[in-house]
Design a protein around this ligand. Structure first.
Ligand SMILES: [Zn+2]
Length: 317
């Protein structure tokens, strides 16, 4: 079994304008890097189906889905919120981004792939139950988790989010759902400025001060997440993989680099090997410096591909 890789030209047609950082060029930069570094030949390239209304409605109310359909322009662009623009192609791309996560969960849980990476856009982790936010429409990772819980009858799913921004939408959707553990590291105080304290056990927010370096990130994450993930014994681990904590990223002030993204991926895949036969599904979130994004995805996907070759590495704990 190999690592499944999801992407599609439909994701490029969602274009919020030349000045917008969440651009189609992000996926082009990733694809070019995977081809030049050879990883493109090591993964199974998969089609991204559109998520159905029923699948989206596990995370979002029908009224919210209706509202987005009504807002969608026939031409040009409209603002869904101050950061997030819609074009005639946006909702199809958003349905396919969510659908990629669903199909990735199906493949990993049905032993057709060991792990999966979804190079999708628009991203999802800021989309709340009934609110677009931060370039996000449907919460892709939440839709994927709810598919695993509802359709595949899992009881425990962990979501690890290392984007530089807190995954407020994912926290909002699973605020009262103990079947889902959320581990989220992020720059703080910073966008989205959502409450990070007073949440239920199982939502582990790990705030990092601006200009935190890789060693700070690793120490805090290791202390806060590792034993909690071990105790939770997830049956599947999902990753909100944002690469905007890289020191080159223009939108934030953390100072990570590709080595840190490789390290966090290794930590997650080690937990996955111990508790869920290496089952990991990762979905792209942020990352706005194209070179840093390509470096980060190369490091991250390189580790995910290692799950397919268990003899190549031993456990680290
Ligand atoms: Zn982000």
């Amino acid at each position: 079994m190999a690592t499944a890789y999801f992407s599609d030209s439909a994701f490029l047609r969602h274009d919020m304008g030349d000045d917008h950082p969440e651009s189609p060029g992000r996926l082009r930069a990733i694809e070019a890097r995977l081809k030049s570094c050879g990883l493109a030949g090591e993964v199974d390239w998969c089609q991204s189906p559109e998520a159905t209304r029923e699948q989206l409605q596990r995370a979002h109310p029908g009224s919210y889905l209706d509202q987005l359909e009504l807002m969608a322009p026939r031409q040009g662009r409209i603002m869904a919120d101050p950061d997030t623009l819609m074009t005639p192609f946006t909702l199809q791309a958003a349905r396919m981004a969510a659908g990629a996560g669903i199909e990735a969960v199906n493949q990993v849980l049905c032993n057709q792939a060991t792990s999966a990476f979804c190079a999708v856009r628009p991203p999802g982790h800021h989309a709340e139950h009934n609110k677009t936010m931060g370039f996000c429409f449907y919460n892709n990772i939440a839709v994927a988790a709810l598919h695993a819980l509802t359709f595949h009858n899992l009881q425990r799913v962990a979501i690890v989010d290392f984007d530089v921004h807190q995954g407020n939408g994912t926290v909002d959707i699973f605020r009262n759902d103990p079947r889902v553990m959320i581990c989220s590291s992020f720059q703080h105080p910073f966008y989205p400025h959502s409450p990070i304290h007073g949440l239920r056990e199982g939502i582990i927010n790990t705030p990092l001060e601006a200009y935190s370096r890789g060693r700070d990130f690793r120490r805090q994450v290791e202390n806060a997440w590792l034993h909690r993930l071990q105790d939770f014994k997830p049956q599947l681990i999902l990753i909100s993989a944002g690469f905007d904590a890289d020191k080159r990223d223009p939108m934030a002030q953390l100072e990570l680099d590709a080595r840190d993204f490789r390290w966090i991926t290794e930590m997650i895949t080690d937990v996955a090997r111990m508790h869920c036969r290496g089952r990991v599904v990762s979905m792209l979130e942020g990352g706005y410096h194209l070179g840093a994004l390509a470096d980060g995805v190369e490091a991250h996907l390189g580790e995910l591909v290692q799950i397919s070759q268990p003899a190549a590495r031993g456990f680290t704990f």
